[in-house]
Structure formats: C-alpha cells, structure tokens
Design a protein around this ligand. Structure first.
Ligand code: PMP
Length: 349
C-alpha cells in the first residue's frame, strides 16, 4: 500500500506554506484596492500591466488545461519548465545522506543534475539493448530508501517509447514514486499515463509546453499526480513560480490546440522524410526508432561530423560518448528548409 505522507521528508510533512492576503482571490478585481503586497500601483515603465503579482495557483490556466488534457485541476501542478517539478520531487521526497533515486541511462540529463544539486545518491540501471526498461534489474536495485524512479518515454536521447507494461510493472511493484516524463508524448501514438492517475497513487507524469506547444522560451511545465502530491507541491513551491506573461500566453495557446496538432503533424512527416533521406546515406550506420521530434543516428565518427557541421553553421547534439548511443548524433526536426540545409551540409561532409 502507498502512503504519501510517510514517503515525504519528515520536515515537509509539517511545513506551512508562504501565505498572502490575496490567497482567497482568483484575480485582481477592480472592486478592491490592493495595498497588501508592496507593489507599484502604476504599471511598468512602458505602461504595461505587469505590476501585480500573478495568480500563485494559475487557476485560469489549469481550468483550460484540464479540458485539453482530460485531467482534473486538482491533479495538475504547473512549474517553471518541467525542470522545476523535477527539482521539487527531490526536495519533497528525497533525504540527502539517506535516500536514493534510480535513473535509466541513457536518459535526460536533469535527473542526474537535480540529484547532484540535492546531494542525493543516484543509482543507474541501464536500458536494455532494445532500449526498454530492465525491470528485473530495477527491482533488484531498489531498497527501502529508494524514493523515485525516473522513466522517460519517449526517451531522450534515444527517441523510442518504452513499453507500457514495464512501466506498469514498476508502478505495481515499487512503493516509491514512478515519474513518467512525457516531454515528447505529443509526437507519439502512445496514450499518456496521465489517464492512469486513478489506478496508481504512486504515479507522477511530467509534460511540457516547450516541445509540441512551441513555448520553450516561456518556461511552462506540467506535472500530473494524485491530489495529495499536488497539495504538497503547492505548499513547497516558490509562491509566484509562473509569471503573468507566461500565464497569459498559455491561455491564448490553449485556445489554439488545432494549430499545435498541425505543427506536430508537419514535424512528424518531416521526421519520417529525414529518416528516409538519411537511411540512403552510406555514412549513416543506423537510425534509432523515434516517437519524438528528433532522430538519433549512428555514424562512423560522431565527433568529427559534429565539428564539421558546426563549421557549416549547423548545430546538432553530439551524443558520441553516451551509453548505448555509440557514435550517436541527435538531430532535432526543424522546418522543411532547415532540414534540407542539414541534409545538404551532412551530405557534403
Ligand atoms: N524532460 C525531457 C525528457 C526533456 O528532454 C526536457 C527538455 N529537453 C525536459 C524534460 C525539460 O523541459 P522544460 O524544462 O523546458 O519543460
């Protein structure tokens, strides 16, 4: 059985959150005068209305997001990118010098950085040769102090989705939290784990507005989890973690999901085109299956290709020395024109 409060770090269980006089109000209304938060009453130097603190709980954004994602508002936490909830997961659950977390390399780099920042023991269980979870090895690596397992699906940097059965096997057999990072889910046919929150109290799902939604510069990440976990996150988060401009832009973009779907479908067809073009080139040894907006390819000499591409002003990601990505290069899918330029530069190497 899963008991969230016994999983939390001890001092977090009794913490009181920062409070403001405005906690009861959803929006700054014209009926009140607000002399409680030491703001500037006039506006910005450029005359814009960013002088008020934003809604700390982003209620309007969550209402709209709830409909788009089919997740109740009480199960949603928004962060300054999904990197913020990743860090808060450590701060909420993992005690330095006592607890540990598990990652499944090769995977997204921030789990390790957050573990290091929080001075927490990190255990690594490599993905299998077929780039799936080695569930037996993960379960062998867990002990009573293991708090989090990070599963990235579709996985960065390989691009493939891991199998749903194996993630569920971990959820069923681990008493800590399984974090399923779905930053790239919009580019795959997989159903989101956000629809399984009722089934698994120890499930945390991460998504982001940085990829399919095209909002990386605005920094907005989503976490879906049980109401109990969300309640704790609302206590420990920085009070105004999502700024006013980001909340406004998110509301506008959420009204335009059709446009997002259109961009995603262009990116997927460009991904498939790029895959076809690359597979005909002798210098490409293999192409990893991708459910994401990037391709990982294997070449003869990744460092050499990477350096030469930079000289022709094309920047990709060098994964030459990453586990299971030997001589790997990771290429984000760009516009048709950008992809053509990449192919041209790559052919000219
Ligand atoms: N998770 C994965 C798997 C990612 O690849 C990234 C970004 N590269 C993130 C999370 C973080 O995204 P953001 O903080 O922009 O939401």
């Amino acid at each position: 059985t899963f008991d969230i409060s016994s999983l939390l770090r001890e001092h977090i269980r009794t913490m009181t959150p920062y409070s403001s006089a405005r906690d009861e109000f959803e929006e700054v209304s014209d009926d009140f005068i607000f002399l409680d938060a030491n703001e500037n009453p006039f506006g910005t130097a450029t005359g814009e209305k960013y002088n008020r603190y934003p809604d700390p709980y982003q209620r309007a954004v969550k209402e709209k997001l709830s409909k788009v994602k089919h997740v109740p508002t009480e199960n949603i936490f928004l962060g300054n990118g999904s990197d913020e909830p990743i860090d808060l997961l450590f701060r909420a659950f993992v005690e330095s010098g006592k607890d540990n977390v598990i990652i499944l390399p090769p995977t997204y780099g921030m789990y390790q950085v957050s573990a290091a920042l929080n001075n927490v023991e990190l255990r690594k269980v490599s993905l299998t040769e077929s780039l799936d979870i080695d569930t037996e090895e993960v379960l062998n690596t867990i002990d009573q102090h293991t708090k989090l397992i990070f599963v990235c699906s579709p996985n960065n940097p390989t691009g493939n989705s891991v199998s749903v059965d194996r993630i569920e096997h971990l959820l069923n057999n681990f008493n800590g939290i399984v974090v399923v990072d779905e930053a790239y889910i919009d580019f795959s046919d997989q159903e989101s784990f956000s629809q399984k929150l009722d089934q698994y109290p120890n499930l945390v799902v991460l998504q982001t507005f940085s990829k399919a939604w095209g909002m990386a510069g605005l920094r907005l990440g989503m976490m879906f989890a049980s109401k109990e976990i969300i309640r704790v996150f609302n206590i420990i988060k920085p009070p105004y973690n999502i700024n006013q401009l980001t909340q406004e832009k998110a509301l506008e973009c959420l009204d335009n999901e059709d446009k997002v779907k259109e961009m995603v479908s262009v990116l997927i067809s460009e991904r498939e085109r790029l895959k076809d073009e690359l597979s005909s080139l002798p210098r490409v040894k293999s192409i990893y299956p991708s459910d994401a907006n990037f391709l990982l390819i294997q070449v003869e000499d990744a460092n050499n290709d990477y350096d030469k591409l930079i000289k022709s002003n094309v920047v990709i990601r060098n994964r030459a020395n990453v586990l299971l990505c030997d001589e790997g290069l990771r290429i984000s899918i760009g516009t048709k024109e950008e992809n053509d330029k990449f192919i041209e530069a790559f052919k000219a190497l």
